[in-house]
Structures are given as structure tokens and as C-alpha cells.
Ligand binder design. Structure first.
Ligand SMILES: Nc1nc2c(ncn2[C@@H]2O[C@H](COP(=O)(O)OP(=O)(O)OP(=O)(O)O)[C@@H](O)[C@H]2O)c(=O)[nH]1
Length: 347
């Protein structure tokens, strides 16, 4: 059980206005995209545009994004609903630039956070060139999928692709039935699937085909991002996601939904030699209640230390710089239900 005696961090019942400075901005905003021709002379027939994976929590959307982009940029976890920020991964090809937008799962909203997340999802659907709905092959199509697809059917002028994910987990017979179920769901919700593609992000099976089909739905046009950029998510947001992912390892029940991470400071330590840089990250991990804080910190701070070490290694791998991570656990009471706190935590 958690030992709260060893808690050395500050408690805050409320967040500072200053916290807004480092707020994670999850909005999906196409207006900030730089003019393409500045970077690259596109060949004839070059395509560029936006695609979004949607689907129930745990459907494999983040994993697919990572595999397509070829580097870990979106967090994945066996816990549902870990992806809160809309993060773009960018696939650079000879013939196209495919910008992937990873959205949170759509839920019947029970909290204000739930409503905000759903709004974010709908806005994304209306703006992208193609929406790929993920249906994990190892799970039956259920009411959640039906709700999502019928909500999606209300968005006009969006191309929809159905993706049967995690095909490595099922037999060909089960996959066949799953594909029939997807077709049937389309008919029931008046949805026209432009394509239905089975894929496994783990074995890599059909991933290339999926990329080709998504690219096929993009308009012709020059690249929108400089070559080599994998994501335009701020590094603070990526770091916060990785810390959150590490904190989620091994926690149960309602706790995952209560965790939010805000990176307060991030910068190279001054006065270091050029060949020995150190990136200093100061981050707060917010939970909603005292008891959760104890769990996060662990006996004599052991859990928080191991979360910090795991997150630091991931951030170092992603950014290629040694990292010093200062991580504190704080309480933002019932933040999921409080509009002011939600805003300050970046939702
Ligand atoms: N066997 C297998 N597992 C997969 C595959 N794709 C994803 N997974 C696993 O399924 C779990 C969920 O994957 P995510 O990519 O995080 O799912 P998500 O849809 O982004 O989840 P949310 O962020 O909760 O919406 C993780 O444990 C993945 O490792 C796959 O093709 N095969």
C-alpha cells in the first residue's frame, strides 16, 4: 500500500494562472501549416493531405500511426483512452506526404472532459481528407462501434475507410466473419466504405497497402511539411505523453483517467559543453485525490522514481539528448469535472 509519509512534493488544490504558459495545446489547426512549395519541388501527381484513425479505445490507432511513421511518436498503452492530445505523425514518401491525426476515442460523454474530447474528434473528422475507422479483429463489433460509425455518418463529405486491425490475433475464418460484420455495420448506418482493409501493425501485414489506400484518397498537391519532420507536436507535449504513459504502467481502475501531465519547463541546461548537452524537464503529474497521490508516489517514493526513470529513457530515445527529469505529483481536485482546471491542464 502507498506510504504517504514519504511524500516530499507540494500539494496544490488549484493550479496557477502561470500554468497556462506551458499548456498542452491539443487543437487540430490546419491554418498553421506552412506553405509547401518553400520546401520541395513536388513531382507530377504528388499527393498530400490528412488522414485520421478513429475507433474504440484500444483499437490500435496509435500503434498504426507509429508503424506508418516509422518512429514512436504517439503513446500506446494497454490501458484504454490514453491518447488525449491530437498528435500528427507525418509519412514522407516519394509520391506523397500523408499527415496522420491521432484522435482520442469517442465515448458517450459522462464528464465535461468527455464532451471536450468528443468535440475534438468531430472537428477533426470534418477537416481531414480521409477517416479510417479501426475495428479490432479480436473483438466483436459492438454498440460503441455502432455509435461511432453513426456519428461519423452525420459528417458530410468525408471519405471513410474501414480497417480491421490486429489481424495477427485471429484465424482467417474469424477475420472473414469480422469483415462481413464491418460491411453489415456500414449498411445499417448508411455508411459507404471506400475501402475495407485488414491489417496487423504488429506483424506489419498489409500496412503498406493501407498506406497506399490512404494516399489514394488525398488530393494532388505539394508537401505541407519539410522533409524529415515526423510530427509538429511540440516537444513538451510529446514528453508529457511519455511521462503519462510511464505513469499508467501497472495502475488500475479509474486511476488512468485521473492522471494528467503538464510539462512546466523544458530547456537545455546552460553552461554545458556543446558535446555534453543536458535537457532539463520539469513536469507535474496531476491526480484528483490524496489516495491517488499516495499510489503514484509509492512506498518511500519508489514508484515515482521508477516512473521517472522509464519516462526519462523514452524521452532520451525520442529526442536523442540526455535528460534530467524533475517530476512531482500534485493534486488537482476533481479536475475532470471542473471547467477551469480542464482549461489549465490543456483540454
Ligand atoms: N497483437 C496486436 N496487438 C496490437 C496491434 N495493434 C495494437 N496492438 C495492441 O493493442 C493495444 C492498444 O493499442 P493502441 O495503439 O494504444 O490503441 P489506440 O486505439 O490508440 O488506443 P486509445 O489511445 O486508447 O484510443 C496495445 O497494447 C497495442 O500493443 C496489432 O496489430 N496486433
Amino acid at each position: 500500500m502507498a506510504d504517504e509519509q514519504d511524500d516530499t512534493t507540494d500539494e496544490v488544490e488549484d493550479l496557477d494562472e502561470d500554468d497556462l504558459d506551458d499548456e498542452l495545446d491539443g487543437d487540430f489547426d490546419l491554418s498553421g501549416v506552412a506553405p509547401a512549395s518553400a520546401f520541395y519541388q513536388a513531382p507530377e501527381g504528388y499527393r498530400s493531405g490528412f488522414a485520421s484513425f478513429v475507433g474504440r479505445p484500444n483499437a490500435g490507432k496509435s500503434t498504426l500511426t507509429n508503424v506508418l511513421v516509422g518512429q514512436k511518436i504517439v503513446i500506446t498503452s494497454s490501458k484504454p483512452q490514453t491518447t488525449r492530445n491530437v498528435v500528427r505523425g507525418i509519412v514522407h514518401r516519394e509520391d506523397a506526404q500523408l499527415i496522420l491525426v491521432d484522435t482520442p476515442g469517442l465515448h458517450r460523454p459522462r464528464t465535461l472532459l468527455g464532451e471536450r474530447l468528443n468535440d475534438l474528434v468531430r472537428t477533426t473528422w470534418a477537416e481531414v481528407d480521409v477517416v479510417a475507422v479501426c475495428f479490432p479483429a479480436n473483438e466483436k463489433i459492438g454498440p460503441g462501434d455502432r455509435y461511432l460509425v453513426s456519428e461519423l455518418s452525420k459528417v458530410r463529405r468525408t471519405t471513410r475507410i474501414a480497417v480491421a486491425t490486429k489481424t495477427d490475433l485471429v484465424t482467417p475464418e474469424q477475420l472473414g466473419q469480422h469483415l462481413l460484420d464491418i460491411q453489415k455495420l456500414g449498411e445499417e448506418t448508411s455508411t459507404v466504405w471506400a475501402e475495407v482493409v485488414p491489417v496487423s501493425a504488429v506483424s506489419g501485414d498489409q500496412v503498406q497497402l493501407l498506406a497506399d489506400l490512404l494516399v489514394g484518397q488525398l488530393p494532388e498537391g505539394p508537401p505541407l511539411y519539410p522533409d524529415g519532420d515526423l510530427t509538429d507536436a511540440p516537444e513538451e507535449a510529446l514528453a508529457a505523453d511519455l511521462i503519462r504513459e510511464a505513469a499508467l504502467e501497472g495502475v488500475r481502475d479509474e486511476l488512468p483517467h485521473s492522471i494528467a501531465v503538464v510539462v512546466e519547463e523544458m530547456g537545455l541546461r546552460e553552461g554545458r559543453p556543446d558535446d555534453k548537452p543536458l535537457l532539463v524537464i520539469v513536469a507535474n503529474l496531476y491526480v484528483e485525490r490524496d489516495s491517488q497521490k499516495g499510489i503514484m508516489i509509492g512506498h518511500k517514493g519508489a514508484r515515482l522514481r521508477s516512473v521517472g526513470t522509464a519516462a526519462r529513457k523514452q524521452i532520451e530515445a525520442l529526442l536523442g539528448t540526455p535528460v534530467y527529469l524533475d517530476l512531482q505529483v500534485k493534486i488537482a481536485k476533481d479536475w475532470q469535472r471542473d471547467p477551469r482546471q480542464l482549461r489549465k491542464l490543456g483540454f
